[in-house]
Design a protein. Sequence first.
Length: 277
Amino acid sequence: LQVRLQVQNVEKPLYRGTFHCFQSIIKQESAFGLYKGIGSPMMGLTFINALVFGVQGNTLRALGKDTPLNQFIAGSAAGAIQCIICCPMELAKTRMQLQGTGEYKLKTKNYKNSLDCLIKIYRKEGLRGINRGMVSTFIRETPSFGFYFLTYDCMTRYLGCEAEDSFVIPKLLFSGGISGIVSWLSTYPVDVIKSRLQADGVGGVTQYKGILDCVRKSYHEEGWRVFTRGLTSTLLRAFPVNAATFATVTVFLMYMRSEDDLRECEPGPAIQQPSSL
């Protein structure tokens, strides 16, 4: 929904909003149309999340002190590094999601799947084609992940998330959800530009020369509202996805660290619950 709304033609819009887009895709392309391009996130998100949380944790330890500024710096470092995987993944996802718009059965299928999409782009455009939108992805992800981890840290401290608390899971879920929303709101206009650049040339016609040209033309043709296209669907997704991500990672680390502490101090049977956050 997000990508379709972000890149649709303003002169001939297919969708009036998030709910209309949802209805139209199901009606025209069946429920499977909602899952176009799912192969790319399935392949890439595991590595992205592992990279993000690994880099953030190690950067924070290297900085020495757990301060709000260091949380932001560590998160930004994680966001910057994961662009290497994120950009090609989102390029394939965007191209797959735009393939066969409004068609129940595809008449012309340019790409069989996400991997086939990346291979064909590479053969035609080389590494530059695979990394289309890399600069805009970097501009979006670097501060976005900084706010992501900073917000989560502030929320968990404010809510007093402790392992002994019987409400720790709901608190972690809420903190993660809010972190996802703040993260997206902080750089969403850049995401619109990134999607437009990655979708550019799908129909055989290239509209934009670069980021600034895309910003200028988009604003000139559609006004400031163009930079909020698809925001509703993005926020609806951001809360549950990031709530689950952060809560899962935190609980897993709580459990594993508690087991390690037990082995070091009191050798014995594995504990069933984490002892501290």
